[in-house]
Write a protein that binds this ligand. Structure first.
Ligand code: NI
Length: 136
């Protein structure tokens, strides 16, 4: 089995805030991500698929096709968006954390992956933190 990863980037705004908590509690839990006037991140998305290389092409998937699908199904919707308000596949009642985003991106993308299997979604929010989801 061979694993192939495509990297894509997007930037987006969000706010992490629980309306049932006081501003102080939100600051304590979410820190700068609770800023009431939003803030942005430069996200890096890694989509890993797995399969066996086709004998005729040597590819497990055509990466141009894969990149096009990732852009159309996920990245074009996320890029330059407000993750709390704008994205049709992000429910309004969940916090747009990196942890929740990897699951939602998986659900969005998985039905569109053909000829190989989706293995993982990794999303880097800053240089120092990322979340990964393997579909479980
Ligand atoms: Ni943030």
């Amino acid at each position: 089995m061979v694993y192939l990863t495509r990297r894509e980037t997007f930037n987006a705004a969000h706010k992490l805030y629980n309306n049932h908590w006081s501003p102080e509690e939100n600051d304590t839990i979410f820190g700068k991500c609770a800023n009431k006037n939003w803030h942005g991140h430069n996200y890096v998305l890694f989509v890993t698929v797995k399969g066996n290389p086709d004998p005729e092409t040597g590819f497990i998937v055509n990466v141009k096709t894969l990149s096009k699908v990732i852009k159309e199904v996920v990245v074009d919707k996320l890029d330059h968006s407000n993750l709390n308000l704008d994205v049709d596949f992000i429910p309004k009642d969940i916090h747009p954390t990196t942890e929740n985003l990897v699951k939602l991106i998986w659900q969005q993308l998985e039905p569109h992956i053909t000829g190989c299997q989706l293995h993982s979604i990794k999303l880097q929010e800053t240089e120092n933190i990322y979340a990964e989801y393997f579909g479980e």
